[in-house]
Design a protein around this ligand. Structure first.
Ligand SMILES: Nc1ncnc2c1ncn2[C@@H]1O[C@H](COP(=O)(O)OP(=O)(O)OP(=O)(O)O)[C@@H](O)[C@H]1O
Length: 231
């Protein structure tokens, strides 16, 4: 379970996140959505430790985590799939996956058996360089690399961006399967409305660095979510 309470984030003097609070329970997909530039990526960067939050608290399973410490966040169970994928282009697929070992104790430094079951294309392409993969294959690699770290919280930043429809469907099925295992909180930042609505359980709508609406899928019609995004 991820808990964020009154989180603030600044770039220099400009404040981007204002008192953001949300909880993402295990076994659920929690979607953060909103138009361009409202602060969705900044929120994920704060959770992943890529940029320090300036105030507020962030905890995983009740343990408070410090701002701006990506290694501690990863060791504490936060897996991050960044926007743009950040695959290492000159490393092989297998080497890209092995970079996930850095936050694990030596005894756990192996690629879990189910990674190649979830993403069979990566098994076929183990020896290929990351930079030679298609966008959809790179997205699968980026998700797989995060899973290698055995996360209890998985952050996904726009996983459908620039991906062809059949791979988008496959990614949707995969994150639902991960959700249904029940032990992982999934936080999805997504502007692809159909994908977000089709997969998420809870929605948090952001505007100008604030969460302005939050509701569960069962309480929201498609029209309600669309209307909240159009505000
Ligand atoms: N490194 C940075 N330094 C200064 N300002 C930044 C930096 N990164 C983002 N910003 C600004 O912070 C605001 C929020 O950006 P952010 O990328 O978090 O929004 P977003 O909702 O993820 O947008 P998008 O959907 O376009 O990715 C924007 O005004 C952006 O210009």
């Amino acid at each position: 379970m991820l808990d964020i309470n009154t989180l603030n984030l600044k770039y220099g003097q400009s404040q981007i996140l204002h008192d953001v609070s949300l909880s993402a329970p295990a076994g659920q997909i929690t979607c953060v959505t909103g138009t361009n530039g409202v602060g969705k990526t900044s929120l994920l960067k704060a959770i992943a430790g890529r940029h320090p939050f300036s105030a507020g608290t962030l905890s995983v399973d009740g343990k408070d985590l410090p701002p701006g410490k990506p290694a501690i966040m990863a060791q504490s169970g936060i897996g991050y799939v960044p926007q743009g994928r950040e695959v290492f282009p000159l490393m092989s697929v297998e080497e890209n996956l092995q970079t996930g070992f850095a936050c694990l104790p030596k005894s756990d430094r192996r690629i879990p058996d189910d990674i190649y079951d979830l993403f069979p294309v990566l098994a076929d392409m183990k020896a290929r360089r990351g930079g030679d993969l298609s966008g959809g294959q790179q997205q699968q690699l980026s998700i797989a690399r995060a899973l290698v770290t055995r996360p209890s919280v998985l952050l996904l930043d726009e996983p459908t961006e620039g991906i062809q429809p059949n791979i988008i469907q496959m990614i949707g099925r995969t994150i639902q399967l991960l959700r249904d295992r029940g032990d992982m909180a999934i936080v999805l930042v997504e502007q692809n409305f159909e994908f977000a609505y089709g997969n998420a359980d809870h929605f948090h709508v952001m505007q100008r660095g604030r969460i302005t609406e939050a509701f569960s899928k069962q309480d929201a019609t498609k029209d309600r979510l669309l209307a909240s995004l159009a505000l």
